[in-house]
Design a protein around this ligand. Structure first.
Ligand code: AMP
Length: 246
């Protein structure tokens, strides 16, 4: 059974929430009792650079981008203990999932959140100055504790970026899947269908992938333009893998 794509959303409990031990509080506010939503996927993720950059691709080039990437990777809240750098990724499902979660999250900017929606999750967030190497202030980063998909298209892109189909119970998988009939390997922004030294295996025959990912891999292998970058497909297969390109 497949669910209506309007009915799911991605939530990330970000490193500032983990550092401040707010995970349980956030999960309580988002519980089925409060929202009527069910969680369909849960994952503890050590966020690597590829995943961070794909998740925040729309902010590339903005003044806060570099700081935002460091933030979601956990580098700013766990400066020494790299092993503590984590995000909790959740997929919630049910009627009006996107709106219900965003209402409880509140406005993006924690100052607006405190002003407009006291008591919402992000009202507990902070603003942090962003400085250049000379110490000049360039702007502010919003440490706002959770990410919540903004709309249907973002929810689909983000759920497919953070979860493989098999991370979600079959009856709750919201998007079409397909079975791989080939091996796919990745190294340095390139795909291979046979093993190359230093490459990571992304899919093997029989593995289940999102249909759109599989179609993108096939196009990229033929040197054609795909609907997304190779990294958008590959990143989820490298989640929590020891393999990482520097
Ligand atoms: P959004 O894509 O709107 O969910 O924003 C993603 C994250 O980027 C937010 O949660 C903030 O941490 C950060 N962000 C968005 N807009 C700004 C901004 N104008 N200044 C600083 N940080 C921002």
């Amino acid at each position: 059974m497949q669910h209506n794509p309007t009915d799911q959303t991605l939530v990330l409990i970000k490193p500032d929430a983990l550092k401040n031990s707010l995970t349980g509080y956030v999960l309580s506010l988002l519980s089925e009792f409060h929202t009527g939503l069910r969680f369909a996927g849960v994952k503890v993720v050590h966020v690597n650079r590829m995943l961070a950059e794909e998740h925040y691709a729309e902010h590339r080039g903005k003044v806060f981008y570099a700081s935002l990437i460091d933030y979601i990777e956990g580098r700013l809240h766990y400066t020494d203990d790299a092993w503590k750098r984590r995000v909790i990724a959740l997929m919630y499902q049910g009627p009006d999932a996107i709106k219900k979660i965003r209402d409880i999250a509140g406005p993006t900017n924690p100052l607006n959140a405190r002003d407009k929606r006291p008591g919402c999750i992000r009202s507990l967030g902070t603003l942090a100055p962003i400085k250049d190497e000379a110490g000049n202030t360039l702007g502010e980063r919003m440490d706002n504790l959770i990410h919540a998909s903004a709309n249907e298209a973002d929810a689909e892109r983000e759920i497919k970026l953070w979860f493989r189909p098999n991370d979600i119970p079959p009856a709750m998988q919201p998007f079409a899947t397909t079975e791989s009939d080939e091996h796919y390997y990745y190294r340095e922004s390139k795909l291979f269908t046979s093993h190359e030294p230093g490459s990571a295996c992304i899919l093997a025959p029989g593995d289940i992938a999102w249909k759109t990912d599989f179609e993108a891999l096939q196009l990229i292998c033929k040197g054609k333009q795909a609907a997304c970058t190779v990294e958008a497909v590959v990143a989820k297969y490298l989640i929590n893998e020891k393999w990482e390109e520097e």
